[in-house]
Design a protein around this ligand. Sequence first.
Ligand code: B12
Length: 499
Amino acid sequence: MRILLIQPPYDLQPDDERQAMPPLGLAYIAAVLERAGYGVRILDCVAEGFQHLTPLADGRRRHGLPAEALTRVIQESDPAIVGVSCLFSSQSPAAHDVCALVKRVAPTAITIMGGAHPSALPRETLADQNVDVVALGEGERSMLRLVQALERGTFPPPQTNGLAFRDGDEIRVDPLTERIVEIDSLPPPARHLLPMRQYFDHRAPHGSIVKRNPCTNMITSRGCPAQCCFCSIHNVWGRKFRYHSAARVIAEIETLIADYGVREIQFEDDNLTLHKRRMEEICRTIVDRGIDITWSTPNGVAVYALDEKLLSLMREAGCHHLTLGIESGSEHTLKEIIGKPLRLDRVQPIVRACRKLGVGVSAFFVVGFPGETRKEMQKTFDFALSLDVDTLNFFTATPYPGTRLYQQCIEQGLIETPVDFARLRIGRPLISTTEWSAQELVGMAREAQARFYRRAARRHPVRFFTTVLNKFAREPGYIARKALDTIFPHRFRPAGVDT
Ligand code: B12
């Protein structure tokens, strides 16, 4: 059984930075398949086609291998099964194009798509005849079952838990109910199948705050119990927090150092520190063994899962930057609209503790939820600007499929249907209410962001310019746009342009 797993290209908005990092989901799946004796190839179109940008409509660009190069790999691999990852909705046009190409080049191959987007919308995904199967949520077991069944010439597999597929004229969806309880039972991600050297060379990891290279990513837990209305990750992992043991995390770090000379790690967990004792054990072991690693949390950590003692230990264990998902400066919005279990009075002490310890801090805020008033948004801007952080981001609420926000927007007719998934990006507001329009949100967020940049440049010039230079080295166009926005924040661009 020849199996090819593909990370499709990313579709970039006009001023997006290029990013390329190991597709850990495919690497976890490949490891399970290899352990069961199957030969697997992973093709990361983004890393392998890093220099390649194909223009699309609306000024967007497709970043990654062009169709001709992908065709060659499919021909060479002659796969029986092709797994395609579709982590975010905005990647779905590219993921469907990859499936179409597979069906043209290798018509007998079975295509299976997995990731956050198809997990939330299996029926819509299977409306495309080029997709044969959808994996719902974590894909290791479902993929293995599918491969084993196909090898025996059986389809659908006897156990369909976690799979969706066409059955005659019908679409069958069997939601994932049996999640992997002990995730340590999974082998470590098969990084040996990834072009690791290329990720290090491209230097385009998650966000630009990297202290040392080579830098790579890890994920040490699955599931987040919080019920934030805009977050879609429960479609992949569910809400129960499951985690790798401290010993397993340390072993993975040590392997990354030994095999690839890694010096920095970006933890992509949704709630890295939720299990405090585990986090303490990870940090203590790093310190006790003198493991030479620095790390950050670009996907965000929850303020409610941090305290000063833990922060101090994290700092000692190499943590140099934390991104805090605060979301709102209004208690009402946090509690009644978003549903995040965060008390705002906990935020300042955590930010101050980070400053005291020398840990850099970024903060994420989101405005523009249906039901949110201008006054509440103003509270968010004021609160955010009261924090002594290194970087601040104001995103506009984006209705990702499978979230309460998406459901609400569809039910109340707040977004256009059919939804244009390519436009589901955090800086591109789609929602307008009777109180404010999407276009106004862009202006408000941009004005607040500009105030932050101006203040940061005045108060902490060295810190500010180091951050800017860092980004400039990677994407000069991006910095030029941000500079213009800061100098002319009132200049209105059409709605849908990134803030
Ligand atoms: C790192 C990351 C990124 C990286 C890219 C990651 C990569 N190349 O692997 C970057 C920084 C580029 C990124 C960008 C964005 N991201 Co992002 N990202 C993540 C993050 C934090 C971790 C992904 C990860 O490594 N997971 C760990 C691995 C093990 O899990 P996995 O990849 O999901 O794979 C498992 C399953 O999904 C499934 N699976 C996945 N693929 C396949 C394929 C097959 C064949 C099968 C069978 C199964 C399968 O099985 C895997 C193993 O169990 C997730 C949140 C999260 N914790 O997962 C958000 C997440 C995927 N991102 C999200 C979003 C919204 C975005 C953006 C759109 C945000 C924005 N800026 O507007 C952008 C899109 C950029 C673009 N150009 O279009 C959302 C997706 C929601 C949606 N429906 O769109 C998520 C879920 C976050 C959230 N809380 O909602 N992101």
